[in-house]
Ligand binder design. Structure first.
Ligand code: FAD
Length: 323
């Protein structure tokens, strides 16, 4: 095992985000013979670091410090740079999340590595790694090859299949305490929005509503449908601008990017800026009363009809026990 790949495990609400395990799987695809080292940063993350091993890492490093309890650019950058100095990996993989988008370019520039960001798939071709990433707001895809066998990749959540979890998988977990100083950000308080159940960016099923939902009450109907699947509710900017729901639900070019197994778009016309946030969903179902709505061009299944007639029937049918 000459090569070594460092995979960042990302902590959210006291647990590892699933993109951490997808990153471990991506590292294996990128360098099948390399040693995979998981690194988890936080204030008490030794238990979480072990999970990286259950998901494919060969060993893990728990980087523990009170300054790492909540993400700040300065603290995380210093901690991860110290791990990189010590481990000197030939590759780095992390999630293309808010944290990854902030941290990765800073590390790339300090390590002199070319960052390939927002990867949706990886493959080996003639012994070379090819990374696919969307460009032009998802209208096209490009393939990129890392240079000189060294790589730094961020992967889009929900696109790369995590390896099967194996809780008997063993490996060393080393705890380290980084030397962190000169933090310019002071976190005084974290104001969380009211919990809305499933995290939109990691949901396997998203039911999204647009201006056609007509008001906040319409979003209650969408939530009912999402609950049947154990999914999350999203929205177009049209719906957010109209104050039908919170901007945290916005999907698209200036909102969240989601790639669920199933995306149900209800009363959404399908503007290009919306498609930028959901067109990579595995199966797209559109419900719209206008048969000419552009959303039907990318939908796998289209239902032409009034969403207030269609969705209650869907809920009723889905709630029925299979015969
Ligand atoms: P509309 O375009 O008004 O569509 C409503 C749809 O509902 C229509 O197709 C209609 O036929 C259908 N409908 C109405 N009533 C019913 C009913 N009872 N049953 C079924 N169907 C019904 N948009 C985003 O979504 N995300 C972004 O991130 C985003 N970023 C943007 C960035 C920029 C710089 C700009 C300029 C725009 C951005 N937009 C974004 C806005 C985007 O261009 C569209 O205006 C927006 O997506 C439209 O939202 P909508 O589809 O809900 O509304």
């Amino acid at each position: 095992m000459a090569e070594k790949i460092l995979v960042l495990g990302e902590v959210k609400n006291g647990d590892l985000r699933s993109v951490s395990f997808e990153a471990a799987a991506a590292a294996k695809k990128a360098a099948p013979n390399a040693e995979i080292v998981g690194a988890v940063l936080g204030d008490d993350v030794t238990g979480l670091a072990k999970k990286m091993i259950h998901h494919g890492a060969d060993r893990a490093i728990a980087v523990n410090a009170p300054e790492l309890k909540n993400y700040t650019t300065d603290a995380y950058q210093q901690a991860i740079m110290q791990v990189l100095e010590e481990e000197n990996p030939s590759g780095i993989v992390m999630g293309h999340t808010a944290l990854g988008k902030d941290l990765a370019p800073r590390i790339a520039v300090r390590k002199g590595l070319a960052l390939i960001s927002d990867i949706v798939s990886l493959e080996q071709q003639n012994g070379e790694l090819l990374c696919t990433r969307p460009i032009y707001s998802g209208k096209a895809f490009e393939k990129r090859k890392p240079k000189d066998g060294h790589f730094f990749l961020t992967i889009r959540p929900n696109n790369i299949q995590a390896l099967e979890v194996d809780e008997n998988r063993d490996g060393e977990v080393r705890s380290v305490t980084p030397d962190i100083k000169d933090i310019r950000t002071v976190i005084k308080d974290i104001a969380k929005k009211a919990a809305t159940g499933v995290d939109l960016s990691e949901a396997k099923v998203v039911v999204a509503g647009g201006r056609g939902v007509k008001g906040p009450e319409g979003f209650e109907l969408l939530q009912e449908l999402a609950d049947v699947f154990g999914g999350a509710v999203g929205a177009s900017r049209g719906a957010c601008d109209a104050d039908y729901c919170d901007y945290s639900l916005q999907i698209g070019q200036t909102g969240k990017v989601v790639t669920p197994d199933l995306y149900i778009a209800a009363g959404i016309s399908g503007a290009i800026q919306h498609l930028a946030g959901m067109s990579n969903s595995k199966v797209i179902v559109a419900i719209n009363k206008d048969p000419e709505a552009p959303i039907f061009d990318i939908a796998d299944y289209g239902i032409v009809g009034d969403l207030f007639d269609v969705i209650p029937v869907l809920i009723e049918e889905l709630k029925k026990e299979p015969a």
